[in-house]
Structure formats: structure tokens, C-alpha cells
Design a protein around this ligand. Structure first.
Ligand code: NAD
Length: 767
């Protein structure tokens, strides 16, 4: 079944967010809310949409996609839903209004339309009361997390009556079109993620009090140190809202009869309106630039501290399992707190998993995708070692749960391919269609070449993949060498083509390795620097010249040299969440790996086919993007800005990115010929003058420094084909100008200061 258009009822936080995500995916949406009382009957839905359009971080991947959303109210416009294939309900969390809505939907929706609820806790069995058999077959839960664009998890909750077709259609749509990580959950209070997550949060608060720790200390122990997000326990709670936490834990306590008690001082915060981020204060508060932490004993805020917990520095750089084991052994109250916390969290996951989920894989994914944990509880227990888990649980006076007994030494096999099922058998993890796992390729002996920074893998069907292995995908000498090796080998072995991508969670590439560059510049090794810029230019341009298709599949941060590699692909298969930018000016440089040249040729070629076109517009566009270090906030926006072309494609789901890129290579390979070399008309010194005029006005207005004028002038020279009369230029002509400008800037003290500052702080120095 194809979902072509969707309806969303309830234009609040969740409904409007889901609508924005679907529209970002290119799907038309009808968004309804209750009628307005002030004469504008469509007001509430319109306001909901306006609110989400302004939300930060942005809910839309491209603000223009708002045009795919039609708003209305549930009394006058309900027939707008009549041609929707899926209607998701995200109204007030009360059974009565939800049931009344379904009763109306049952009458007007086509026989095939799916209906889902975003409820966080009302049982499906209650919601479908009174509905007919056909409706029940098409009804299920789709539990998105806030904000729907950024939180990866989508829990899908089928009922015993939901048809397999309905479940399959929504799972596929959720994964492929909306890019979510789908986990099937059972129809129980809190489903998987909230049940375990909220249990963990309230336990942590209580144990903090019992063991007399501070909020800063707990967030240090519960952050990246133990494989959890930077926001750890308390900042996460601030982000989701203390009122939400209080409400959800109340609902869970009532529905399960289990102990979800929050300490009184935390409940008091809610009564005082200290709800977290949205009210400016919660467990943390921001005073100007300074972050303050709540002293839970007094209710006052104190400047945030980086606590010195004895023993933490010694383990901080170790691999995750050793860090967790290390935290469990910390001296004094810290270790005692950690042991109690882990014991309870593990014990709860072990005893509740069969009730909440269909398998342990679902539990792990729910916490990894919903709470940004590096490893869900079962993977974590395997990593720490089940003997340690057993000891920790026993020392807290808890019994050994059945699942732990059945596990023996491990929950997952060493290679991660099989796992312990709830019936005690070992099952194989199903392979998801269209998903290429590089770990599996490596396991199967698919490594063709490797060095410390990069590798070449065999993806099968004649397609090779070049992966960066350096930290943040930085492009050093090893990567450049691997590009040459890859191109040579794919050609020699007559393979179909090459994909460039990898599996880092955050960054395709943070750009060139500036440590080596700065060192060489400081020591005046200019011949070496000239050679390395040439080598980088050769690497990027040779991607274009290869006699087979090269598809680059970037994701996350794709900056500087990473953007230049992307710009030289035959086609780009981009992840929806990709932040591409030529950001070299931030470190006082210009894009010297073909990035300046590529934007110039791309924008000029587009205009050259119009006889009367003013080519200066193309130059100005490229100049603006490079000088301002414009960075896209999504794959869609990268297209709009011109980093990507019409033929480049977006994968909404990160897991499908490499598989999609591989298909792209196979699609392009038959009859492939590289694009011919290009020549354009460069505009020469008059155009430089025009660009400089604008730069000067900014300088006069005090907005940019002398050094920024110099950087901008160097960029202008490259984009105008040098400081002479207008002339025809080849790509190599402009590459030469790029390299010269790059090296001149690198020779200045101010640029070297910028690089040093960025390497030290990760920030930009505006000198
Ligand atoms: P919200 O209060 O922000 O929005 C609810 C919207 O529904 C409002 O705009 C309201 O006017 C509208 N509404 C209320 N009754 C209606 C009716 N009878 N017909 C049409 N519209 C109606 O709420 P929310 O946070 O977006 O939550 C919506 C649903 O999603 C709830 O079931 C909630 O439990 C669930 N949920 C919320 C979150 C979250 O973090 N906020 C996360 C997951 C699930």
C-alpha cells in the first residue's frame, strides 16, 4: 500500500512536528485542530503551523515545504481527510476526545486508510472501543518523540487486531519516508522507551539524594563517560520539561502500580514553574552566559562545576565497557551510587523486557534511538560482562532475573548476529532490506585495502566503498593516498564504480587535517605545502575524471574538504540531516581543494546557456557562500543552496544511505562516461572591483576586519579568473589560482592565529 497523503489531527507540539517532518519528506499533509473561537475557525491549526515553522532547531528541513501543508478545523474541514491514506491523531491525552474523533473518522475515511494514535500511554484497547472490525484492522499506535524531526525513535504499537498489511505499510513509511528507527512495542503503559527511561530518571534522582551527590556530579557520571548523551540525566529532563516528566511518571505509577516516586524537591520545582529549558530554569538555569546548577538541598542555583570525582580521570579515555566497569568501582559514595543505579536499571530492564518488547533488540534500539544511549541495556550488559552484572545486582540484594539466567555468558553472540529470544532460543537478527552494514562487510572479509586513516571495502555487485576512519573524518595524507588507490583499483579490476561514505554517527568529514598544515606553515615548508594542496586538488578532480561513477554519500558535518569531495562526485546521495559548508574562511583560508572552482563552474555553467545572462550573478553567488561560510541545515537546503544538484538524491533514513548510494552506482554504471572538461568566461579585474566594493562597505561599517577584507579579496581573485582582463578559463586555471590564494593566506600571521585558535577551542577567531 502506498501512503501518498497524510492527515494529522492536533496541531500542537507533536502534531505540527509530525506534519513538518512529513512535508520535509515531500508528502502532502492535511493538518486539523479544533475550531477557533475568535471568528477565525481555522486559527488553532494555522497558529500551530506558524509556531512549528519558527521552532528551533528547525522542524522543517526546508521552510518552503510548509506549502505542502493544508490547515483546517475538525468541524468544517474534516472531509479534507477523505483522500488521506494515513491519519495520525495527536490531540489531547484523554480517551474521550480521542474516541469521539475516531468515531467521526470511521465515517468519512476511505476503507483503506490507516489511523494511528500518538498517545504516550492510553491503551489501544481502550481507544478502539466502539469501533467496527474494519477500523480496528487499520488502527495502531505510532509513538513519535519530541521533536519528531530530530529524535530517531518511532515506537509502533500494533493491537492483536491490526492487520499485517497496515503494520507493514506504516513501518516502511516510518523508516523510508520519515527516516525513523522503528521499534515494535507492546500495548503496555509507557511502551518501551518511556517506561525504562522514566524509571531510570526517577531512580537516579532518588539515589542521588540517598548517596548525597550533586546534580553536577551525577551528570558527569551519567554522561558520555558511561555511554549516555552529554545532556545526561538532568539536562535531558530540563529539555523534555519537568512537568512532562512529572505527568508521565504519575501516569506510569497509576497504570502499573510500580514505584515511580520523584523526590519532593523535584516535584516542588514543577509547582514553582521551574519546568526546565522552556521556562529558563529547572535543574539548571542560565544567567546570561553562565550556566547555574540547582543545589537540590536548598533550592538555590550555584555556578555549574566540573566536579573532580576521584578515579574518573584515570578511566575517562578508556573504551566504553572499561569506563562503565571503572565507574562501578569508584571509591566511596560515587561507586556506591553507580552500583545501585546500574543494578536497578539492569534489573528493571531484565524483568520488564518480555512484557514491553518483542525482543531484546527492540529494547536496546528504543533506548539508543530514544535516549541517545551509545548502547542499550542488553548490549551494555554484554560489554560490561554478565559476571559483573550478576555481582552488581546481587550486591544490591536483588534476585537474578530469569532472562539473565538464560543468557549464560552473553545476550548477543560475539559477532552480533544472533541474540537471546524471550523463549530462551537463540535467533538470528533479520537483515533489513536495502541496508548495507560495513561491519558485516568487514566481518565477511570484504576489506580490499586499508591504512590508518581510510579503507577500501567490497560492497558486492562490483561496487567498492572508500571509508574514512580518521577522527571526525578529517582528511589527511592517508585518505588522499586511499583515494588514489581506490580509483586505480576499481579501474584495474573493472568494477562498476565507487561509493565514498562511512558509518560515523556524526561527521562525514570535518575537513582537512589542519594540525599538519599549520605545523608546516610555521616552519616555512612551502614546497611541501604546495605539493599537498596539489595532491588534494588531484584527489578531488580525479573523482570526476574516473571512467566509472563515483557516488559520495555524506551525512552530518560535511565541512571544508569534506564538502569539496562531495562537490566532485558524479552524484551525491545525501542523508537528510547533512550540514554542508565551505567553511575555510573561518580559519582564514579559502577552499583550495577545488571547492571555489566547482561552485564557480557550476553556477556559471547554469547561466551560460542564457545569452543575455549576467555572469556576475554566478560569481556573486559563489562569493557569498564562500565568504560567509554558508552551511546547509539539511540535505534539502544543500540542494537549494547549490551544494547539490537536481539529480542528487536524499536518503531520509541514515541506515539506508550506503545501500542507496550503491544502487546509484549500479544505476549509472552501464554506458558511463566521465563528464567532459569545462571552460567558462571569467570576468577579470572589473568584477573583482565590484566584489571589493561590497567588501569595503562592510569594512567601513565595522562589520569585518582588515584580515577579512584580505581573505575576501583572495576569494574574489579566484572567482574572477585572476586580476587581469576577462578571459576564458579552464578548470585547471582556476585550480592554480585557488592554490596560490590558499598558500598566500596560509602565509599570513593572522590566518595562522585563526587555525591555532580553532584547533584549540573548536571555535572561530575573528581577528
Ligand atoms: P499539545 O497540547 O501540544 O497539542 C494538542 C493539540 O490538539 C492542541 O493544539 C489542541 O488544540 C488539539 N486538540 C485537542 N483536542 C482536540 C480535538 N478534540 N480535536 C482536534 N484537536 C484537538 O499536545 P502534544 O504534546 O502535541 O501531544 C499530543 C499527543 O501526543 C498526546 O496524546 C500526547 O500524549 C502525545 N505525545 C506527546 C509527546 C510530547 O513530548 N509532547 C511525546 C509523545 C507523545
Amino acid at each position: 500500500m502506498r501512503i501518498r497523503k497524510i492527515g494529522v489531527v492536533g496541531a500542537g507540539t507533536m502534531g505540527a512536528g509530525i506534519a513538518a517532518l512529513a512535508a520535509s519528506a515531500g508528502v502532502p499533509v492535511v493538518l486539523l485542530d479544533i475550531p477557533g473561537e475568535d471568528g477565525d475557525r481555522g486559527g488553532p491549526a494555522k497558529k500551530g503551523l506558524e509556531r512549528i515553522a519558527k521552532s528551533k532547531p528547525a522542524a522543517f528541513m526546508d521552510p518552503d515545504r510548509i506549502r505542502l501543508i493544508q490547515t483546517g478545523n475538525t468541524e468544517d474541514d474534516v472531509e479534507l481527510l477523505a483522500d488521506c491514506d494515513w491519519v495520525v491523531e495527536a490531540i489531547i491525552e484523554q480517551p474521550g476526545p480521542k474516541q469521539a474523533l475516531y468515531e467521526r473518522l470511521e465515517k468519512i475515511l476511505p476503507e483503506h486508510a490507516l489511523v494511528t494514535t500518538n498517545t504516550s500511554g492510553i491503551p489501544m484497547s481502550v481507544l478502539v472501543q466502539g469501533r467496527g472490525e474494519s477500523f480496528r484492522r487499520r488502527f495502531l499506535g505510532t509513538h513519535f518523540f519530541n521533536p519528531p524531526r530530530y529524535l530517531r525513535l518511532l515506537e509502533i504499537i500494533p493491537t492483536p487486531e491490526t492487520s499485517p498489511q497496515a503494520l507493514a505499510a506504516l513501518t516502511a513509511f516510518g523508516e523510508r519516508m520519515m527516516g525513523k528507527g522503528v521499534v515494535l512495542a507492546k500495548d503496555v503503559p509507557g511502551f518501551i522507551a518511556n517506561r525504562l527511561g522514566v524509571y531510570g530518571s526517577v531512580q537516579t534522582m532518588r539515589l542521588m539524594q540517598e548517596h548525597d551527590l550533586t546534580i553536577d556530579e551525577v551528570d558527569t557520571l551519567n554522561g558520555p563517560l558511561t555511554g549516555r548523551p552529554k545532556s545526561a540525566t538532568f539536562r535531558t529532563a530540563d529539555l523534555s520539561g519537568l512537568d512532562v516528566l512529572k505527568h508521565v511518571r504519575g501516569g506510569l505509577a497509576e497504570a502499573t502500580g510500580e514505584d515511580f516516586t520523584m523526590p519532593q524537591w523535584a516535584l516542588d520545582l514543577v509547582d514553582q514553574g521551574r519546568l526546565g529549558e522552556k521556562t529558563g530554569a529547572g535543574f539548571y538555569s542560565k544567567q546570561g552566559k553562565q550556566i547555574q546548577t540547582l543545589d537540590w538541598k536548598t533550592g538555590e542555583y550555584r555556578p555549574q562545576e566540573k566536579p573532580e570525582i576521584p578515579g574518573v580521570a584515570e578511566i575517562a579515555k578508556k573504551p566504553l565497557p572499561e569506563r562503565v566497569r571503572g565507574v562501578l568501582q569508584l571509591p566511596g559514595k560515587y561507586g556506591a551510587f553507580a552500583r545501585a543505579q546500574f543494578a536497578r536499571a539492569w534489573h528493571y530492564a531484565l524483568t520488564k523486557a518480555p512484557e514491553l518488547a518483542y525482543d531484546i533488540v527492540g529494547v536496546d534500539r528504543a533506548l539508543e534511538w530514544g535516549f541517545a544511549m551509545e548502547q542499550g541495556p542488553f548490549r551494555q550488559m554484554d560489554a560490561v560482562g554478565l559476571d559483573v552484572v550478576r555481582q552488581t545486582i546481587a550486591a544490591e540484594g536483588l534476585d537474578e532475573p530469569e532472562l539473565l539466567r538464560q543468557a549464560g555468558d552473553r545476550f548477543y553472540s560475539e559477532d552480533g548476529r544472533t541474540f537471546l529470544a524471550f523463549d530462551g532460543s537463540r535467533q538470528t537478527l533479520p537483515e533489513a532490506e536495502g541496508v548495507v552494514s560495513l561491519a558485516a562487510v568487514r566481518r565477511a572479509g570484504g576489506v580490499l585495502e586499508e591504512n590508518a586513516e581510510a579503507a577500501l571495502l567490497d560492497l558486492g555487485d562490483g561496487v567498492a566503498l572508500l571509508e574514512f576512519r580518521s577522527k571526525m573524518g578529517t582528511l589527511g595524507e592517508g585518505v588522499i593516498r586511499m583515494i588514489a588507490t581506490a580509483l586505480e583499483r576499481v579501474d584495474r579490476e573493472n568494477r562498476a564504480g565507487l561509493v565514498i561514505s562511512h558509518e560515523d554517527p556524526r561527521a562525514f568529514s570535518a575537513g582537512a587535517n589542519l594540525v599538519a598544515t599549520l605545523g608546516a606553515a610555521r616552519e616555512g615548508r612551502w614546497d611541501e605545502l604546495d605539493a599537498s594542496v596539489r595532491a588534494f586538488q588531484t584527489a578531488t578532480t580525479s573523482l570526476r575524471k574516473a571512467p566509472f561513477p563515483v557516488v559520495v554519500a555524506p551525512f552530518g558535518l560535511t565541512l571544508g574538504g569534506g564538502a569539496e569531495i562531495t562537490l566532485h562526485a558524479d552524484r551525491v546521495q545525501v542523508h537528510a540531516e547533512t550540514y554542508i559548508g565551505l567553511v575555510e574562511t573561518g580559519v582564514g583560508l579559502l577552499p583550495g581543494g577545488g571547492g571555489t572552482k566547482e561552485l564557480l563552474f557550476r553556477f556559471t555553467s547554469e547561466l551560460q546557456s542564457y545569452e543575455e545572462a549576467d555572469l556576475f550573478e554566478a560569481v556573486r553567488r559563489a562569493f557569498g557562500m564562500i565568504a560567509m561560510a554558508t552551511t546547509s541545515t539539511s540535505g534539502l537546503e544543500a540542494k537549494k543552496l547549490g551544494f547539490l544538484r537536481e539529480a542528487d538524491r536524499i536518503s531520509m533514513n541514515r541506515d539506508h544511505l550506503i545501500g542507496d548510494a550503491k544502487l546509484r552506482v549500479l544505476d549509472l554504471a552501464p554506458g558511463y562516461a566521465p563528464p567532459p572538461p569545462r571552460v567558462i568566461n571569467a570576468l577579470g579585474n572589473r568584477a573583482i572591483g565590484n566584489l571589493r566594493y561590497g567588501v569595503w562597505s562592510l569594512h567601513e561599517a565595522g562589520q569585518i576586519s582588515d584580515h577579512e577584507v584580505l581573505i575576501a579579496t583572495e576569494i574574489a581573485k579566484v572567482l574572477c579568473g585572476g586580476d587581469g582582463p576577462p578571459r576564458q578559463v579552464t578548470e585547471q586555471d582556476v585550480l592554480d589560482l585557488e592554490r596560490e590564494g590558499f598558500l598566500r593566506l596560509l602565509g599570513t600571521e593572522k590566518t595562522q592565529e585563526r587555525i591555532e585558535y580553532t584547533l584549540k577551542t573548536g571555535k572561530t577567531l575573528r581577528n
